[in-house]
Design a protein around this ligand. Sequence first.
Ligand SMILES: Cc1cc2nc3c(=O)[nH]c(=O)nc-3n(C[C@H](O)[C@H](O)[C@H](O)COP(=O)(O)O)c2cc1C
Length: 213
Amino acid sequence: MSLRDRRVQYETAGLDTADLDASPVVQWQRWYDQAAEAEVAEPNAMTVSTIGDDGAPDARVVLVRAADERGFVFFTNYDSTKGRQIDDDPVAAGTFAWLDLHRQVRVRGTVERVGDRESDEYFASRPRDSQIGAWASPQSQPIADRQVLMARVEEATTRFEGLIVPRPPHWGGFRLRPVSVEFWQGRPNRLHDRFRYSRSDGPTGWTIERLAP
Ligand SMILES: Cc1cc2nc3c(=O)[nH]c(=O)nc-3n(C[C@H](O)[C@H](O)[C@H](O)COP(=O)(O)O)c2cc1C
């Protein structure tokens, strides 16, 4: 079927103000749980968009490892392209697409590094091979070939033989702190439901608006 003619009718139940939790993070957790329950592939995958030094957006997928009222945490190499972009301009957008459920969540906000303890704890929970990989891979740097990478893996494996692999200083978490969060539910005839939470001084700290699809 051509790209032009590919069209899915979204018959899923709608989303109404009464369905929404006062907190976007609680609402996100509900949708995340439903995506996991529905066995959506990588339900914690979030596309993180940052701003490049040329002023243009740059986007890539990461896995969210924690979510609470403070925001959404992912782990990466602080010296990577995204790490440097966040250092220069600590803002980002995060997008979750749960296509099987006809759902999207868009987060906009500021980004900060998580504390060393939080990064240490998560790093310690990773499989040993991933820990070695964090030392071996100069993420986002050009490398001549795969051999270069494998040699670095071997080097790090030897270096840490018989030892607990410590967290590299250039590796850790970022937290995307939401300023706005939009929930999109696909509905028939492209008349989708959209609700945007924005930070406010009110009792819940958020105002909710319905947006036209
Ligand atoms: C499903 C999926 C999950 C990923 N999870 C992560 C992650 O949690 N952290 C990370 O640094 N890169 C992750 N990546 C790789 C990134 O998309 C990206 O290639 C890498 O972080 C380098 O991006 P940068 O050069 O913009 O810094 C993931 C990729 C995919 C497709």
